[in-house]
Design a protein around this ligand. Structure first.
Ligand SMILES: [Zn+2]
Ligand SMILES: [Zn+2]
Length: 261
């Protein structure tokens, strides 16, 4: 089988991840001969690096981006310390990434200085900023989703992470045209689209088929937050097989940003 990259996983630096998830835990799993992952990206949440837990979990920074400027030193220091820890391992299987989102003013939750340091940027939508939110009816939710997605795709990220999670969590059905438009946006910006082992009820088969047809690379992801999820990429391989492909026949993202970015 071709060497696979897990493009998305969290360590103890993320508040929502298990405190036992050190870099060493990931390295030990990579060393296991049964592990199908050859390269491991560690992509902690930008907003959790920059903001203390009370602000992070209130999500108020999305609508008050000035908060980001106030906490920029804190986050830069935490992310740089993590990068240094990663580099000290001298293990080229590891990739330093950050999972970021758009704030209401269209900026990402990462500073320009750290953006230049990161090898990989995942762009996510967890909570919709008010500036993008057009309403709760399905048609309005889809309109909000694409307004956000277009700005996110143009922001300099490499991968759109769990693309349909927000729609699913908002109980909005994801029609085929929505998958097609998402793939078209990724293609226009030269981005990869994530296929996550954590997806539940998201249209994985439609996403795989559209990406394969359009030549848009899939970014395989455990999105590990717990010990049980570390190295567990097999569910993603099975999603690909269920969609009628083999892992060797789909375009895959190798986890490292293009030099042109
Ligand atoms: Zn996420
Ligand atoms: Zn994540």
């Amino acid at each position: 089988m071709r060497p696979l990259t897990d493009c998305h996983a969290h360590t103890e630096l993320s508040y929502c991840a298990d405190g036992v998830l050190t870099i060493e835990v990931y390295r030990a799993v990579l060393d296991d001969p049964g592990c199908i992952i050859a390269r491991q990206a560690l992509t902690n949440h930008g907003f959790q690096a920059y903001f203390p837990p009370d602000i992070a979990w209130s999500w108020e920074f999305l609508d008050r981006p000035a908060l980001f400027d106030r906490h920029v030193t804190r986050g830069d220091e935490r992310l740089l310390a993590f990068k240094e820890e990663l580099e000290n391992c001298r293990d080229d299987r590891l990739i330093f990434g950050v999972e970021v989102e758009l704030m209401g003013d269209g900026r990402l939750t990462i500073s320009d200085a750290l953006r230049a340091e990161a090898q990989l940027l995942l762009g996510s939508l967890h909570v919709m900023p008010r500036a993008y939110h057009k309403g709760y009816a399905p048609a309005q939710a889809i309109e909000s989703f694409f307004a956000y997605l277009r700005d996110l795709a143009a922001s300099g990220i490499d991968v759109i992470a769990h693309p349909f999670r927000w729609l699913r969590e908002s109980d909005v059905p994801v029609p085929q045209e929505c998958v097609e438009e998402t793939v078209a946006i990724a293609k226009a910006h030269g981005l990869a689209l994530e296929l996550s082992a954590r997806s539940r009820g998201e249209p994985a088969a439609a996403l795989i088929k559209e990406c394969a047809a359009a030549g848009v690379p899939l970014a395989l992801a455990t999105d590990a937050h717990s010990l049980a999820e570390v190295g567990r990429l097999q569910p993603v391989v099975e999603q690909i097989e269920r969609a009628g492909f083999t892992i060797d026949r789909v375009p895959l993202f190798d986890g490292r940003r293009l030099p042109s970015r």
